[in-house]
Design a protein around this ligand. Structure first.
Ligand code: F6P
Length: 320
């Protein structure tokens, strides 16, 4: 059984990271294990910016977006020398295991530490993109999707008032999950995701016909990794007489108080991660799949590309 572990959050923040870190820390403390909080992800590990946590250090954070530990994207971690230094910084404090909360890039960094040094690692999927292989949920995706829905509801009001086509660009460089679920639940007419081919000419012809048949407005949700919202907007404006507007939601999607789902799931995953790490398990990521906590091999999680749910893709077509 491990006696001292550390937690960090890394990469893009996501609502619920605090709930997860709190659960890891309190579970470890409950089990009589020391917990270190590393600030600003791998960057803080390299800078030796870390402190031992007490239960009160994770008080009053479950309701907060962002991450009380801070986060960063760290280039030095991608080098063997960076990882050697990071490993040394853990060892010299007697830290025996690390819980990394982050997206696929951060989990890949954790996998390398585990592979190169045999250092015990347990990952938690913290990203609004919901793009970690082997699970259907990542911490923060529910809050982000709800933020997008709120934007869609508001855009619908103004689109309908002006008979406009409004294009909403949402996050998702490599994954269309956010665009797909928010488009389905927001009733968007078109959803454009990086995983699927799309034909802007066909969409434009199609929506022109809909306007000729009396449609007052159209909402298009596009994932940033599939196309730029502005370009979609400009194309439609150039080839029709319909007024168009674009809205780029940006980092608003990353913030905000986490939903109940994100808080409860992050807490449960945090507890499981701490218990697993303490008991000597390593090289796994805990996630949710089909309503249950699952543990996925860390190597598999970072070396496979998650696909969009074909049922959701089909539903989006049926409901259009
Ligand atoms: O957290 C993942 C993600 O939200 C992507 O969807 C987005 O492209 C990226 O982060 C933006 O990251 P940054 O905060 O570094 O601009």
């Amino acid at each position: 059984m491990l006696k001292s572990i550390a937690i960090m959050t890394s990469g893009g923040d996501s609502p619920g990271m605090n709930a997860a870190a709190r659960a890891v820390a309190r579970t470890a403390l409950y089990e009589g294990v020391k917990v270190w909080g590393i600030n600003d992800g791998y960057h803080g590990l390299l800078e030796e910016d870390m402190r031992e946590l007490e239960s009160k250090d994770v008080g009053d954070i479950i309701q907060r977006g962002g991450t009380f530990l801070g986060t960063a994207r760290c280039k030095r971690w991608q080098t063997p020398e960076g990882r050697r230094q990071g490993h040394e910084n853990l060892i010299k404090r007697g830290i025996e295991g690390l819980c990394v909360i982050g997206g696929d890039g951060s989990l890949r960094g954790a996998q390398l530490l585990s592979e190169e040094y045999g250092f015990p690692i347990v990952g938690l999927p913290g990203t609004i993109d919901n793009d970690v292989w082997g699970m259907d949920y990542t911490i923060g995706c529910d809050t982000a999707a709800n933020t997008i829905i709120d934007a869609i509801n508001k855009l619908r009001d103004t689109a309908s008032a002006h008979r406009r086509v409004i294009v909403l660009e949402v996050m998702g460089r490599g994954s269309g999950w956010l665009a797909l679920v928010s488009g389905i639940s927001g009733g968007a007419e078109y959803i454009i995701v990086p995983e699927e081919e799309f034909n802007i000419e066909e969409i434009t012809k199609d929506l022109s016909r809909a306007y000729e048949h009396g449609k007052r407005y159209i909402l298009i949700v596009v994932a940033e990794g599939a196309a730029s919202g502005q370009e979609i907007c400009d194309y439609i404006a150039k080839h029709t007489d319909i007024e168009t507007r674009v809205s780029v939601l940006g980092h608003i999607q990353r913030g905000g108080s986490p939903t109940v789902i994100d808080r409860v799931r992050a807490s449960q995953l945090g507890e499981q991660a701490a218990l697993a790490l303490i008991s000597g398990l390593s090289g796994v990521v805990f996630g949710y799949s089909k309503g249950h906590v699952v543990s996925v091999n860390l190597y598999d999680a970072v070396n496979n590309k998650k696909k969009l749910d074909p049922d959701y893709l089909h539903l989006a077509k049926v409901l259009f």
